[in-house]
Design a protein. Structure first.
Length: 564
């Protein structure tokens, strides 16, 4: 836990919070909040914010609230609320008794608006959305005051109460803050605080037909919950003067808003609007499609919460916007799964091998290591028989240079098994394709060691043909073909047509017969995989590739990595 005696935090936000603890600015309290909108699933960018808000609260003995910003009923659904709770819990965070909704405060927010009207700081405007936008001005030209800006307080109160009573149609009237139409900050040019929206809310039903804008609900919700540090991404920096203006005008508890850089990830889009389009237009199978950067998608693909937390820790917290290479995220999951994933053998492109001198009908039980990184995980048995499957790429009729796997006359080691030598092969007469490889084995080399000390340069994996389980394997790649799809005019034009490859004739070792959804494996020499949580079932196994074994990030700057 960070204490007030610590000399320094690990980033500028933690430095600020530590200084506040030392000076007793908030009576020693630290209260943060994670405020997602329930209009989609959380993604990897939300994980960064989640880890920051919940993390600093945990480190300082404070509290972090989970608060749903549910102020737009046209886009929000209870399904999203459920998924967000699941994602927060899955990542290992606990909001305890502090589960809140902006809709909990609708009555209080309404009264805050009344207070601003009574103080002459807000007015009801009859201009429509387009007229308000036109009158806002530009970065170089001041805005134009609404003809309704100087309505008497009593008239504004009457109109606003009638707005609440649903007397007006959508777009007919709004409540605006009365600030400064000449402000260099466009957010201060009489922003809209309330609008008429005749939509059924997922929690309050039809009790309300006016709803607060985010900029009005945000600060006051923070104040009601007595948040001390309101941590936001950098796009809210220009909104901070409005956050402060409203709270000062209401003369209520005033948290400190601090901005940090949002996460940008190469080969990825993190706009919920764009992600929703991908789902609705059928480019992906759903929010939990393993190609999606959503937490539900990453979970289904096989990412562990520990790997995502490690990733968020390594990218750090700063004010400068950067694009983080997706290779770092992949590196974090490899690093984690290398320690926890059980090893198993799987053949994705099967080629039959017949060991001609192995007795027909005989089966041996060989011992395979569960995880060389963790001896406590022990071993398991794999059956060995006369007919095996190997990867088709592990055999070449006419091998190229530096090919050390199976070829005519060449001896290789079978993982956990014996030395075998290729004695010949059979071809399909119509296609010329090799369909069976014939080998002999040396019974003195059990366990992969030759008593005469001879060495072989190649080791290949395999499964027993008679015992192996059929499985479907899904190979995932980046969803986009360019590093910065957000910079392309239409991001959908750079979707990767090879982002998903489905293999339906794979074979996995028999020990995976009871593999449970979400369980992780390293398929030896192939990659990291997990059992699909939606489509896999006993007798019809489906595995998703989480990551390949090749780690490009570890090679960047000697393994130190970089940000793009």
């Amino acid at each position: 836990m960070i204490s007030a005696n610590d000399s320094k935090g690990s980033d500028f936000i933690r430095d600020i919070i530590l200084d506040d603890i030392r000076t007793n600015k908030w009576g020693g309290r630290v209260v943060t909040r994670f405020p997602p909108e329930p209009n989609g699933h959380l993604h990897i960018g939300h994980a960064k914010s989640m880890c920051l808000n919940f993390g600093v609260a945990e480190e300082t003995g404070g509290e972090c609230h989970l608060r749903f910003d549910d102020t737009n009923p046209t886009k929000e659904e209870e399904e999203y609320v459920t998924s967000i709770k699941e994602d927060v819990r899955w990542l290992g965070w606990d909001w305890g008794a502090h589960l809140h909704y902006a809709s909990d405060y609708f009555e209080a927010l309404y009264e805050f608006a009344i207070d601003l009207i009574q103080k002459g700081k807000a007015y009801v405007d009859d201009l429509n959305q387009e007229q308000i936008r036109e009158g806002r001005g530009t970065l170089t030209e001041p805005g134009k005051e609404s003809p309704h800006r100087n309505r008497p307080v009593g008239e504004n109160l009457d109109l606003f109460r009638r707005m609440r009573a649903c007397e007006f149609e959508e777009g007919a009237r709004v409540l605006r803050a009365k600030i400064d139409m000449g402000s260099p900050n466009l957010n201060m040019r009489d922003p809209v605080l309330y609008r008429v929206l005749k939509a059924t809310h997922h929690r309050t039903g039809d009790a309300w037909c006016i709803y607060p804008m985010y900029d009005f609900a945000h600060g006051q919700s923070d104040s009601i919950e007595e948040v001390t540090h309101s941590l936001c991404t950098m796009e809210f920096e220009d909104h901070r003067p409005l956050y402060d203006w409203i709270l000062n005008g209401l003369e209520i508890h005033h948290p400190q808003q601090i901005e940090f850089a949002r996460l940008n990830l190469t080969y990825t889009v993190l706009s919920k609007r764009k992600l929703l389009h991908l789902v609705e237009d059928g480019y992906v199978s759903g929010w939990d499609d393993p190609r999606m950067p959503t937490l539900s998608g990453l979970r289904r693909r096989g990412y562990s919460p520990e790997s995502i937390k490690t990733f968020c820790d390594r990218i750090g917290v700063a004010k400068r916007q950067t694009a983080v290479e997706v290779a770092l995220l992949e590196h974090c999951v490899r690093e984690d799964l290398n320690q926890r994933a059980r090893r198993a053998m799987a053949v994705l492109h099967p080629l039959k091998v017949v060991i001609d001198n192995f007795p027909e009908g005989q089966v041996e039980e060989l011992e395979a290591v569960n995880n060389p990184e963790d001896p406590a995980m022990g071993t398991h048995k794999v059956p060995f028989s006369r007919e095996l499957y190997i990867e088709s790429d592990d055999f070449r009729e006419d091998p190229p240079g530096k090919f050390f796997r199976l070829a005519p006359g060449r001896e290789v080691r079978l993982r956990y098994g014996y030395f075998i030598t290729c004695a010949g092969f059979d071809k399909d007469e119509s296609t010329g394709e090799v369909v069976t490889v014939h080998c002999t084995y040396d019974p003195e080399t059990k366990g992969g060691q030759a008593p005469d000390g001879r060495k072989v340069r190649g080791t290949i994996h395999w499964v027993s043909a008679a015992h192996a389980l059929e499985a479907e394997v899904r190979l995932y790649d980046n969803l986009f073909t360019v590093e910065r799809p957000d910079e392309v005019e239409d991001y959908r034009t750079v979707l990767n047509p090879e982002s998903l490859t489905v293999l339906t004739s794979c074979r996995v070792e028999s020990s995976l017969v009871d593999a449970a959804p979400g369980q992780h494996y390293q398929f030896e020499r192939v990659g990291y995989f997990c059992v699909d949580s939606s489509d896999s079932r006993p007798g019809a196994l489906v595995f998703n590739r989480t990551a390949t074994l090749r780690d490009s990030w570890a090679k960047i700057e000697g393994g130190g990595g970089k940000q793009a």
